[in-house]
Design a protein around this ligand. Structure first.
Ligand code: GLN
Length: 380
């Protein structure tokens, strides 16, 4: 018998809900992925590079053409000049980058702070490295960080704080005052940061994305992780990247080389070409998803769901307490089986789920899919 290294962790809620949606013929607003394709020019560049012989191992850090494009983007957007050879790693998805970053920092007995509702990949990374995860609940319903609680939770063993902005599942974003508080709580301590920014280009109503890369003092202690999947509507490609100062990346690379060795070559070339040819794509993404958010909210206005407005991401939280007193997992099961719409129970993101009736919908869908789903949801 093998010993379970992740006690209490079953199959991820995203896998469970996508399967349930399929089994019951439900519209899948659960797992976060678009039901439309990435740009045709981008897809065509993949074929081009496969046929042009770009099919062997890429360098560990990524193909130089893509690393160069990323460096230009990071400089333009966040005013940070990185050395694309030593301060950047292209990875097979943000999930792998987050795992390598956690592994680079955490040793047995170290404590790591995460904010609940927390994306489900953080705690297992900490546990597998022998660390201890300390959960702090975000304030409801605006999902802001209670910095006093952070101060009370930090101990001499705290080595890492994991941030996520724009935040999955709530859509909340860090504000300047959070940045200032973050500075103060880690000042003089040996604490590093992992900042999960995979929704960096999806913010609404003019809200800026405060990447930790904007702040030299914080960037000096941070692994900033992001993803191409969300930006180019290609979540199945599994390509992300991590940026950190050279000394941190040295440890990251040491680990990464033994996990994946390197990342898919032709996809990297295709992304590099597309970034050069269509540098405006990511600048238009916030507007693109804001329209979808607004359409979805408009369609649900006549429903009994109470919507909690997201400042970013492609997720919409909805309070269903006017519809049912059932716990969210039961409610979701009925929603999927009887009403044929799948969503995610927000309790899945908590260590100790609060007494709330809240579920998460993904609105990264064609407008017609959103209309079809809303027709069903207004009947509840
Ligand atoms: N990030 C996606 C979500 O939150 C899921 C990714 C996955 O299934 N691993 O829905």
């Amino acid at each position: 018998m093998l010993k379970n290294k992740l006690p209490g962790k079953g199959t991820t809620i995203f896998t469970v809900m996508s399967r349930m949606a399929q089994d019951h013929g439900a519209i899948n607003l659960a797992q976060g992925f678009p039901d439309f394709d990435g740009p045709q020019e981008l897809r065509e560049r993949v074929t081009y590079h496969v046929n042009r012989g770009h099919n062997q191992y890429a360098p560990l850090a990524g193909v130089p053409e893509l690393c160069g494009q990323i460096a230009v983007k990071v400089s333009d957007l966040y005013g940070r000049d990185i050395d694309p050879e030593f301060e950047l790693a292209v990875t097979p998805g943000a999930t792998e980058a987050i795992f390598c970053a956690i592994t680079a920092v955490v040793n047995p007995g170290d404590e790591v702070i995460v904010f609940d509702p927390a994306y489900d990949t953080y705690e297992p990374g900490v546990t597998l490295n022998g660390g201890v995860t300390r959960h702090i609940a975000l304030r409801y319903p605006n999902f802001s960080i209670d910095w006093q609680k952070v101060r009370e939770t930090i101990t001499d063993r705290t080595r890492l704080i994991i941030l996520n902005t724009p935040h999955n599942p709530s859509g909340a974003v860090l504000r300047e005052e959070d940045i200032q508080q973050l500075r103060e709580v880690i000042a003089g301590r040996d604490i590093h940061l992992v900042s999960d920014e995979v929704y960096e280009h999806i913010t609404f109503d003019g809200k800026p994305h405060l990447s930790l890369l904007r702040y030299p003092d914080l960037a000096a202690k941070s692994f900033v992780v992001t993803s191409f999947g969300k930006t180019y509507h290609v979540t199945g490609w599994r390509i992300g990247y991590c940026i950190a100062p050279r000394a941190l990346m040295k440890e990251f690379f040491r680990i990464q080389q033994f996990i994946n060795f390197s990342t898919n070559t032709p996809l990297q070339y295709a992304l590099a070409d597309f970034m050069a040819a269509c540098p405006q794509h990511h600048l238009e993404l916030g507007g693109f998803y804001q329209q979808k958010r607004d359409l979805f909210c408009h369609l649900l206005a006549q429903s009994r769901f109470k919507l909690i407005p997201p400042a970013g991401t492609f997720f919409q939280l909805a309070d269903y307490s006017a519809i049912s007193d059932d716990p969210d997992s039961e409610f979701i099961s009925r929603l999927t089986r009887e009403f044929k719409v799948a969503a995610i129970p927000v309790s899945a993101f908590y260590e100790s789920p609060p007494d709330q009736r809240v579920i998460r919908f993904c609105f990264a869908k064609d407008d017609d899919t959103l209309r079809d789903a809303a027709k069903k949801l207004v009947n509840l």
